[in-house]
Structure formats: structure tokens, C-alpha cells
Design a protein around this ligand. Structure first.
Ligand code: SAH
Ligand code: DHB
Ligand code: MG
Length: 218
């Protein structure tokens, strides 16, 4: 299998199982037009986040790493009436693009609260507990993010962490890449933290070879 085949399989399942969605398409198009990097979750991954959040019965969702709000829209759509989502983003420009994309998706500031700043500064100012947490910001800080969001969780909170495989680079114990070191530190936190029960799953598709962590707070 090649990256090309993986992408074609993603396209097949996405075409078969996801409804056409101009709001999500426009969010990606406007993000690209504004010069944001094209690193949002894939459509089938966005739907996985939506399904997981619904399965968790999430009424409060925390996201770390907003970008243009693509994954945010998928997650906000999982909320019941009265539900709330807080999303943390470092770049003011990304937050502005996300705000417009979310507004077009029907989510105003009453539902989605975009907090601009370094997430490690923002997280300690938030009030938990959150029912569902998606970590998808800078990878060098993954260990710190998992530690910080644990303080915003409760027993039963679901935590998903994106991009934990990075084309297999995660297994290079001698790596000096800060992103790889961040992933490995996070794995150490997951392994050592008695409050967390976690697994990691590799993925292939339009985003290449990567993977995610799924953790449940005990
Ligand atoms: N979740 C998005 C993609 C996020 S990309 C989606 O799937 O649609 C990662 C984002 O994290 C970028 O927008 C980047 O600006 C942001 N980021 C990087 N460092 C950060 C930090 N220290 N605090 C908060 N956000 C950060
Ligand atoms: C990158 C970040 C992501 O969140 C992602 O899903 C893919 C790539 C990156 O920083 O390269
Ligand atoms: Mg990601």
C-alpha cells in the first residue's frame, strides 16, 4: 500500500458514509485562503471525534489547538442543547478564521469559547470538569498538555490526543526532534499516571501514517 492508496480508501469511506457538508468544506477553503496550514483532521477523523463525543454523552468539551475550527465544528455538533466547548489557540489569526467558520456553522460565543494564548497559560485558568478533551496543538508539549488537562477532568472523561505516531518516528528512542520527544514524554505520563487508562492506534489515510491516543480517566 502507498500513501496514494490510503488516501483513495479514505475517499471511498468518506464518500460513502459522510454527508456532503458545505459548512465544513467552506471552513477548510477559508482556512486555506487565509494561509493556515492544511493540517486539520481528515473528514473521517472529524466524524470519529463527533461520534466519540456523542458516545461519551459530552455536554462540555475542551479542545487544545483550534486552527481554523474544522475539528471544533465536528466536536461542537456533538453537544446537546446547552452544551459548551472551550478551544485554546495560540495564533490570533487562526482564532479569527475559526471564529468566522464556527459562526457560519451556527456556533456563536455562547456555545464555543475560543481562548487565544499559549494553552499551558490558558488551561490553568479554565474551570472543569470537561466530559471530552481533544489535544491537538504543538506536539512538543504533549506531556504537559496531558498533565494539565487531567486537572480539568473527572472520572469518566474521555481524552483523545492526535498525531502520536508521526510516520513512525515515535519509536526512535534516540530522536532529538522536540515533537517526537513530546509524544514519548506523553506516553510516559500515560503509562505512569494511575488516573489514566489509555491505548494508542495507528492510522493511515489522507493524513499519511499517524495515530491517536484514546484515554479514559478512572
Ligand atoms: N484541531 C485542528 C488542528 C490544530 S493544528 C483541526 O483538526 O482542525 C494545531 C494548532 O495548535 C495550530 O493552530 C497552532 O497555532 C496551535 N498551537 C500551537 N502551539 C500552541 C500553543 N502553545 N497553545 C495553543 N495552541 C497552539
Ligand atoms: C501537524 C499537526 C497536526 O495537528 C496534524 O494533525 C498534522 C500535522 C504538524 O504540525 O505538522
Ligand atoms: Mg492533528
Amino acid at each position: 500500500m502507498t500513501d496514494q492508496n490510503w488516501a483513495e480508501v479514505d475517499d471511498y469511506f468518506t464518500g460513502a458514509l459522510l454527508s456532503p457538508d458545505p459548512v465544513l468544506d467552506d471552513a477548510l477553503a477559508d482556512s486555506a485562503a487565509a494561509g493556515l496550514p492544511r493540517i486539520a483532521v481528515a473528514p473521517n477523523q472529524g466524524k470519529l471525534l463527533n461520534l466519540l463525543a456523542r458516545q461519551a454523552g459530552a455536554r462540555s468539551i475542551l479542545e487544545v489547538g483550534t486552527l481554523g475550527g474544522y475539528s471544533t465544528i465536528w466536536l461542537a455538533r456533538a453537544l446537546p442543547a446547552g452544551g459548551k466547548l472551550v478551544t485554546c489557540e495560540y495564533e490570533p489569526k487562526h482564532a479569527e478564521v475559526a471564529k468566522a467558520n464556527l459562526a457560519r456553522a451556527g456556533f456563536g460565543e455562547d456555545v464555543v469559547d475560543i481562548r487565544v494564548g499559549a494553552a499551558l497559560d490558558t488551561l490553568p485558568t479554565l474551570t472543569g470538569p470537561f466530559d471530552f478533551i481533544f489535544v491537538d496543538a504543538d506536539k512538543n508539549n504533549l506531556g504537559n498538555y496531558v498533565r494539565a488537562v487531567l486537572d480539568l477532568s473527572r472520572p469518566g472523561t474521555t481524552i483523545v490526543v492526535d498525531n502520536v505516531v508521526r510516520a513512525g518516528r515515535v519509536i526512535d528512542a534516540g530522536s532529538t526532534d522536540p515533537d517526537v520527544l513530546g509524544v514519548r514524554e506523553m506516553v510516559d505520563v500515560l503509562a505512569a499516571e494511575p488516573r489514566l487508562d489509555a491505548t494508542a492506534v495507528q492510522t493511515v489515510g489522507t493524513k499519511g501514517h499517524d495515530g491517536f491516543v484514546l484515554a479514559l480517566v478512572r
